[in-house]
Ligand binder design. Structure first.
Ligand code: HEC
Ligand code: HEC
Length: 313
């Protein structure tokens, strides 16, 4: 604010304060003794409710004076009078910074207790996974879902199927450094009926309905072209983030001939941002611990289901 605006604000504020005080004192004047206590203002409602010009009650007047004094004190202590900063030196920036510092100090002592523990130990510690769950909800749920079960293009993090591997340190590396899985368009390498053949072979890998003649023709092509990333058996490659194509779990939608041939023709990819620089290692480790705890629980129940279906004929 330049000097002129500052003075403009000061003059307006002072004029207002003086005006209010004058109004207050003028209307609070006691009725003169020779006048009747309360004159009628000539307004009558509902037959007998009459507006009188009684002076303000004393307590009401007292309150007005108190708020007036409060207003003056406020303008002395806090900024309000143009460029005058107030005697306390308060600024909203400083208050925000103080709040942030206090919060940081509180979190620092919380995280300090988890530092130096292994990821597996954290995953088994409910106090750690509780914080990790909040970190996940605040930073990761937008893409992976609040239950971490993912969506089309965003992997489910709580099943036993990993693009990059589910070892604790690998999960942490995915979070800290991000991931960038990329399959280039492969149409050009599959002339003639190649795309249709490889598509049918890919469907056969996870036991989906397929044309066995086309699939048989596609096998050799898969092994020479796709195996470089997905492996000769189609079980994927954690180093490249190439998904397992035999498990019936589809990152990019359901396994249909249309869906698979689109992926072969146009390629596909996914970007996981690097979270290390954004949330720091303490939070990343707690989020990893929560994911690992969920994934372990999910894997156990998968195993139970498998045992169950194995037991019944
Ligand atoms: C902008 C969307 C987005 C956000 C936000 C996000 N992720 Fe991801 N994440 C992805 C995508 C996409 C992939 C798969 C990358 C690929 O296809 O190569 C992924 C992959 C991963 C993987 C590897 C999964 C595997 O199967 O190997 C982990 C672990 C992971 N994310 C954890 C997290 C955590 C923890 C957070 C929060 C700190 C987070 N993600 C936030 C999009 C996101
Ligand atoms: C250069 C390595 C590479 C090659 C070669 C490659 N892929 Fe991929 N493929 C990937 C990666 C990486 C992904 C996962 C992309 C992502 O992160 O979203 C993928 C994803 C897929 C998917 C989607 C899987 C899902 O779960 O939704 C299919 C289907 C697929 N590939 C089939 C093929 C076939 C068939 C070929 C051969 C014609 C092939 N790929 C060749 C790397 C490759």
């Amino acid at each position: 604010m330049n000097g002129a605006w500052s003075w403009y604000v000061i003059v307006l504020t002072v004029a207002n304060m003086v005006g209010i005080l004058w109004l207050l004192l003028a209307t609070a004047a006691k009725p003169k003794n020779d006048k009747p206590a309360a004159e009628s203002m000539g307004h009558v409602w509902d037959g007998d409710i009459e507006e009188l010009n009684n002076p303000l009650p004393r307590w009401w007047f007292g309150l007005f004076i108190l708020t007036f004094i409060f207003g003056i004190a406020y303008l002395v202590f806090y900024p309000g009078m143009g460029n005058f900063a107030g005697t306390l030196g308060w600024t909203s920036d400083r208050q925000v910074q103080e709040n942030l510092d206090a919060n940081q100090a509180r979190l620092e002592s919380l995280y300090a207790g988890f530092r130096g523990k292994s990821l597996s130990a954290l995953a088994a510690d409910p106090a750690a996974t509780k914080v990790g769950r909040n970190v996940f909800a605040n930073n990761c749920a937008a893409c992976h879902g609040s239950d971490a079960r993912g969506a089309k293009g965003y992997p489910n993090l709580v099943d036993s199927d990993w693009l990059y591997g589910g070892e604790p340190e690998t999960v942490l590396a995915s979070i800290m450094n991000g991931r960038n899985g990329l399959m280039p368009p492969m149409g050009a390498t599959l002339p003639g009926n190649g795309v249709a053949e490889v598509t049918q072979y890919t469907l056969s890998l996870s036991g989906l309905e397929h044309d066995s003649k086309l699939a048989a023709a596609g096998k050799a092509k898969f092994e020479s072209i796709c195996a470089a990333c997905h492996g000769a058996d189609g079980k994927g490659n954690h180093a490249l983030g190439a998904p397992n194509l035999t498990d019936g779990i589809w990152l990019h939608g359901e396994g249909t001939a249309q869906g698979v041939s689109n992926i072969i023709l146009h390629g596909v990819g996914g970007v996981m941002p690097a979270w290390g620089p954004i949330i720091g290692e303490d939070r990343a480790r707690l989020a990893a611990a929560w994911i690992l705890a969920q994934a372990t629980a999910a894997t156990e129940s998968e195993r139970e289901d498998a045992a169950h279906s194995g037991a019944s004929p």
